[in-house]
Design a protein around this ligand. Structure first.
Ligand SMILES: *Cc1c(COP(=O)(O)O)cnc(C)c1O
Length: 372
């Protein structure tokens, strides 16, 4: 099947490789990358991305669910796969069959795994201040008990930083507190003769803003795909990251909209002059936020075309004023470069009032993923 017929994602694998090398040179030796390939590798396509990473020598991955881990195994990913969130007891079998490492989301969950009767390999989540998943860092006795459960093989502990992107004094102090809480747990375990478990704490911003920290793994997500969460974000590390993903769609039709005519659902756009418009074969079912209606831009033949009217499920309208050459069958660029101009995922996220992580992870099933 021709993959670029309607709407598609182009993956620049050279950029991915470049980003991996940038992270490797930034991280202390002894700290391995454990890419976050959850949510279909932030929309990029988990299988394609994980295979490319595996070729780059990556041997550990993290995913959000057992199902995501299973898919990678079925497609030949052989390294460690850590499931970052809850797995229902009905799926415990899959953890064993597919050699997935399960996160212990708290002490109660550890007992549930223990009482199942089968043997599991786990990393213990430690809550150091985010108050999301993990056993609370001060409950050292509870954490020790998890290590002692005969059915659990604990090969690692980890925590998650929740304001490592923040640059103000309070945010930095909070992050350092989280680091200290994590180190406290490690020391308490060592003091009780418990050794040999891996440790990891940083996601992208933890790596980029606190690259001096030295743990066994670094769970890089968004930045490994070459972008940051927000356009205004600044990070301490001087790395040059290159965006891996471009999003494109076909111009299906072009027509004139005359002064006073309205277009699209709700007649939400009204032309104040005669101008050419284009209809693109991509919509909110493909992950284009509906609140980009009448805002935001796309690129075509190296020029900017503003989005007009309401985004539809499968289509959207753009203003092709002054773009006489554009014709049906041309490719429009929603994220990526056209000629000298670039729209980044951070730009689309800014227009939509969200972060690029959300934009990318919602890229639809219908989009073909094509390595270029
Ligand atoms: C998603 C996730 C990551 C990766 O986060 P980025 O900010 O995208 O790098 C790391 N750790 C955990 C626990 C996550 O859920």
């Amino acid at each position: 099947m021709y993959q670029k017929g309607r709407a598609w994602i182009e993956l620049n694998i050279e950029h991915l490789k470049h980003n991996v090398e940038e992270f490797r040179s930034l991280l202390p030796s002894g700290c391995a990358l454990m890419p976050a390939v959850k949510a279909n590798a932030y929309g990029h396509g988990a299988v394609l991305i994980s295979k490319a990473l595996q070729e780059q020598g990556i041997q550990s991955f993290c995913v959000a669910s057992a199902a995501e881990g299973i898919k990678l195994r079925q497609e030949g990913i052989t390294g460690e796969i850590l499931v970052l969130s809850y797995t229902h007891p009905e799926q415990f079998e899959d953890l064993i069959t597919y050699h997935l490492i399960q996160t212990v989301v708290d002490g109660n969950y550890a007992r549930e795994l223990q009482n199942d009767g089968r043997k599991f390999t786990v990393h213990v989540g430690i809550d150091t201040g985010m108050h999301r998943l993990g056993e609370w860092w001060e409950n050292v006795e509870e954490i020790v008990k998890i290590f002692q459960m005969p059915n659990l093989t604990v090969t690692g502990i980890y925590s998650h930083l929740c304001v490592s992107d923040g640059k103000d004094a309070r945010e930095q102090a909070y992050t350092l507190e989280q680091v200290h809480h994590f180190e406290y747990v490690v020391e308490e375990l060592h003091r009780r003769g418990i050794h040999g478990f891996k440790q990891h704490l940083q996601g992208s911003y933890g790596i980029l803003n606190y690259s001096e920290l030295c743990f066994d793994y670094a769970r890089a997500g968004i930045a490994l795909y070459g972008i940051l969460s927000g356009k205004q974000d600044k990070v301490n590390a001087s790395v040059k990251l290159k965006p891996v993903l471009s999003l494109k769609a076909r111009v299906e039709s072009v027509k004139m909209l005359y002064q006073g005519e309205s277009a699209g659902y709700g007649l939400a756009y009204c032309a104040n002059r005669n101008h050419k418009i284009g209809i693109l074969s991509i919509g909110y079912a493909d992950g284009i936020p509906r609140n980009l209606s009448n805002r935001g831009q796309v690129l075509c033949n190296g020029k900017i075309a503003p989005i007009i009217g309401r985004i539809c499920m499968d289509q959207m309208l753009v203003d092709f004023s002054g773009m006489e050459q554009v014709k049906p069958g041309d490719a429009a660029v929603l994220i990526g470069k056209s000629g000298e101009i670039e729209i980044r995922a951070e730009d689309m996220a800014g227009w939509a009032g969200t972060i690029s992580n959300e934009i990318l992870s919602r890229m639809g099933e219908r989009l073909e993923r094509v390595a270029v």
